[in-house]
Design a protein. Sequence first.
Lengths: 143, 143
Amino acid sequence: MTILTKSFDHLLGYQLRRTTAVMMADFVRILADFEMRPAEVTTLLVIADNPDCSQSEVGEALAIKRANMVPIIARLIKRELVARTRVDGRSLALRVTAAGAAQAAEALQRIAKHEARFKATLKADDLETVLRALPRLRGDQAS
Amino acid sequence: MTILTKSFDHLLGYQLRRTTAVMMADFVRILADFEMRPAEVTTLLVIADNPDCSQSEVGEALAIKRANMVPIIARLIKRELVARTRVDGRSLALRVTAAGAAQAAEALQRIAKHEARFKATLKADDLETVLRALPRLRGDQAS
DNA sequence: TATTGTTATACTCTATAACTATA
DNA sequence: TATAGTTATAGAGTATAACAATA
């Protein structure tokens, strides 16, 4: 007997969750030899794009709480992908190192391939609709 | 300084993840007084819709591994929302109890409201496009 | 007083490996 | 041999509370 979950087909939350899990699993897979977790990769990319940003700013941009940013930043610094200098007594300015910039560039290339593979399953205008709908669903007025 | 993550706007995986997190947080919130986790609620709903199904079948339907189904089922049984009878030496048939059926019905009502709130942010045809795109993105040929 | 970073801790979901017992 | 369920364990993300140092 195979179970049907047809009543779940119209549940947006459930469908989002399932699809996100599939994309995240693939994301982890393509970054396996990087030995970087998804949160570390996105953090590195944000720092690369925003030199001298603070830890809190990165966290705010990625919706990661301050407390949870600490081990992420610590690992990036330990691996010398990110460096930080003290701005004032409580703020730290973050920058990617040369190695970090190279890692970020390589990550972007892999992400592009990963994204393309999934996006290829959708028609172009459907993809655009989805990309416009997602921020709107979470109340992002910017998009 | 506010950080911009404009380069993430076109990243489907990232946008899915962020939106899923927002909907999941709201899902948890509306079920707070149920003292049921999301995985427990969906499990209860599947059992309600598929009397005498096995634990493995539920797990397969929800993409939850057998090992992870164990504590979910155990909690549902402990709270007497689900009962099980042994089919043969290794299989168990699951059914919701009367209390479980009532809980499932109440959960469905709350989920409907929760869903409606998010869906209201989208135009009807955009919503349909999204609901058709999500299974397709994860390779579900059924939808 | 509010903010930045930190520590400690706990919960949920997920993953794998190895085990029992049954078919 | 393969299957259903179980146990143990680990990793990743997320959440809160409390704290120090500083603005």
